[in-house]
Design a binder for this molecule. Structure first.
Ligand SMILES: Cc1cc2nc3c(=O)[nH]c(=O)nc-3n(C[C@H](O)[C@H](O)[C@H](O)COP(=O)(O)OP(=O)(O)OC[C@H]3O[C@@H](n4cnc5c(N)ncnc54)[C@H](O)[C@@H]3O)c2cc1C
Length: 429
């Protein structure tokens, strides 16, 4: 079944908007930030929410949502203003993405892969060291990518994962880029590549290896490979538990020629970013912040008898329901507080405390969103988990958050434990 396209502008006019997850006055956001975040919330609530069930049921990519994101200028949300984008910084993007995730998890998660192509090559790269010539070359190249996005609505994805330790940050990526005249020849395989078959450019993390060299993480390249290039193929099925609209199939690269200008970051800069800008890996969490809010919102509405499509039966008068909602509200506020702090302090060279807090925020959101969804199902009851309502999708989508490398829930625990107890370079020998 195809999703309803509808007229997004008139849909937005007709809807009474939900309150923002983070009230601009309470969280001290500027008018400009609030404007971008409202734009995302309007589109999410008025347009994406109604389409989400069909993308989920059919495990199809939200093509129509991407056309709307482009029309609303949100494909270029973090493209610097001088390149035609909205110039959203890390925090503004994260808050906007949470609003999209509240209404359609798969759209928010894939939008994250796309936006990171611009956030990492944009404001994040601006914080990193490059000599003047390298920076000038980077500026010239990123202008090419940004123009495609803002003018023609090009969609970028971010396939890291290969099924081994590389996406966890343990070893060099197995996908290899051999330097040749004018670019590279890329060979390799990426699993769980969200937007596969739908992105125009795959932002592939790979290892540059010249003849006779050994693979090292220092030589990681970040290349935007045009999806239609000879040697690129999408294989495998896609029928997962949740986040079904992400269409995260397997990508194969067989002797794919990629030109120099495909580089989204200059040589060595991705490695530097991973060391010096660790919050770059927290960007998968906004989607799940939105899902956590969605589980809570649904519960309150359901118990008040206000969920559209259900009989107006009130259940709010039972003390057991009230206690459950209180527990959910406390959990939600805890998640919001740590997450807001972490996305607000994201920057180059964070302190040890800030890094530990980022891991803790990721863990809290990724595990907490699903805990809230589980509580919501228990509290609302059997009739609330029917497929005709969004709660069971929120539950399944939220289950996927803690699996996302490199900051899976277990790897966050690993890192917090080790880094809290050992200073850099310390051993027990
Ligand atoms: C809906 C969805 C969308 C996704 N989209 C993308 C995407 O767009 N791009 C992308 O790159 N990936 C994406 N992923 C993949 C995701 O980030 C993970 O790479 C994937 O879920 C890992 O699969 P796994 O849990 O089976 O890996 P595992 O087999 O558990 O882990 C892979 C490897 O990581 C290392 N590892 C795992 N756990 C530990 C540990 N505790 N300690 C040390 N090393 C460890 C090991 O070397 C292991 O072999 C997506 C996943 C999902 C579910």
């Amino acid at each position: 079944m195809t999703a309803q396209t509808g007229n997004s502008a008139s849909a937005i006019d007709k809807v009474t908007l939900d309150a923002p997850i983070f009230d601009p006055a309470a969280f001290r956001l500027t008018d400009e930030q609030a404007g971008i975040i409202t734009r995302a919330r309007q589109l999410g609530q008025a347009v994406f929410a109604a389409r989400a069930a069909a993308y989920d049921r059919d495990a199809t990519f939200p093509v129509e949502n991407y056309a709307d994101l482009h029309r609303a200028g949100l494909l270029g949300v973090s493209v610097p203003k001088q390149h035609g984008g909205l110039g959203a910084d890390y925090q503004t993007y994260a808050l906007a993405a949470a609003e999209i995730g509240r209404y359609c998890g798969a759209t928010a998660l894939t939008w994250n892969m796309h936006v990171c192509s611009t956030l990492w090559s944009g404001p994040l790269a601006d914080d990193l060291d490059m000599d003047a010539a390298t920076r000038a070359e980077h500026e010239r190249r990123r202008a090419i990518h940004y123009k495609r996005i803002t003018e023609t609505g090009a969609i970028y994805s971010q396939p890291f994962s290969e099924g081994g330790a590389a996406a966890a940050g343990g070893v060099a990526f197995g996908t290899e880029a051999r330097p040749v005249k004018g670019g590279w020849i890329v060979n390799g395989k990426k699993i769980f590549a969200s937007l596969s078959g739908h992105a125009d450019y795959y932002g592939v993390l790979c290892t540059e290896i010249a003849e006779g060299e050994k693979a090292t993480r220092r030589n990681t390249l970040y290349l935007a490979i045009p999806a239609k290039t000879e040697g690129v193929s999408v294989v495998g099925d896609w029928d997962p538990l949740g986040m079904r609209g992400t269409v995260s199939r397997t990508l194969l690269f067989k002797d794919v020629f990629v030109e120099d200008d495909a580089a989204l970051m200059p040589r060595g800069v991705y490695f530097q970013a991973a060391l010096r800008w660790p919050h770059m890996f927290l960007t998968l969490s906004p989607t799940y912040m939105g899902l956590a809010q969605a589980a809570y919102d649904f519960t309150v509405r359901y118990l008040r008898g206000e969920v559209p499509g259900t009989p107006p039966v009130k259940r709010r008068m039972y003390p057991t329901k009230q206690i459950a909602v209180a527990q959910m509200q406390i959990k939600l506020e805890q998640i919001k507080a740590i997450w807001f702090q972490a996305v607000t302090e994201a920057r180059a060279n964070p302190s040890k405390e800030q890094v530990l807090r980022a891991y803790a925020a990721q863990y809290s959101v990724m595990e907490g969103a699903n805990e809230l969804a589980a509580l919501a199902i228990r509290t609302c009851g059997g009739q609330a988990m029917l497929k005709s309502l969004p709660l069971e999708r929120i539950y399944r989508d939220s289950r996927c958050g803690s699996l996302m490398l490199p900051w899976t829930a277990e790897l966050c625990l690993d890192r917090i434990g080790r880094e809290a107890l050992y200073e850099s370079g310390e051993t027990d020998d």
